[in-house]
Ligand binder design. Structure first.
Ligand SMILES: [Zn+2]
Length: 140
């Protein structure tokens, strides 16, 4: 199995954590076998751990100042960006899904533009309403 710097916990991994947990394997052994961190095994594999972790995070978030929240959100955005970049570049299945998702949302937007009789390419107002694209997109 290919390893990524950022591993997404798939339903398959969750199921395997549960199976190996029921078999009585230790957290560390499960983590090694599934190539995930042991804290991840604890988080997903033990009853109530996830709820506890969420409650803990909410409690500590209440103590944060606005400045610290801002920094935290920036870090989260940075992590998301790195995660997406990393998977997009290394995981062809993910890349295909991502492209499909982007195209789907673009096509949805195009439908809305068509209903509003706007340019099908960029969504701007058209001068000539009989044509599909705007003057700018037609290079005029
Ligand atoms: Zn246009």
């Amino acid at each position: 199995m290919k390893r990524y710097r950022y591993r997404k916990i798939t339903p398959e991994i969750l199921e395997n954590i549960k199976i190996l947990n029921d078999k009585g394997l230790t957290q560390v052994a499960i983590a090694k076998k599934l190539e995930v961190s042991s804290s991840c095994v604890l988080y997903w594999g033990s009853e109530g751990q996830r709820e506890k972790a969420i409650a803990r995070a909410q409690k500590s978030n209440k103590k944060l100042t606005k400045e610290k929240i801002k920094i935290k959100n920036q870090k989260r955005a940075e992590y998301s960006k790195n995660y997406l970049n990393d998977r997009y570049n290394n995981d062809t299945e993910f890349r295909d899904k991502f492209k499909k998702m982007v195209m789907k949302s673009f096509n949805k937007r195009k439908e809305v533009w068509a209903k509003q009789n706007k340019c099908s390419n960029c969504g701007r107002e058209k001068i000539d309403k009989s044509l599909k694209t705007c003057e700018r997109c037609r290079g005029k």
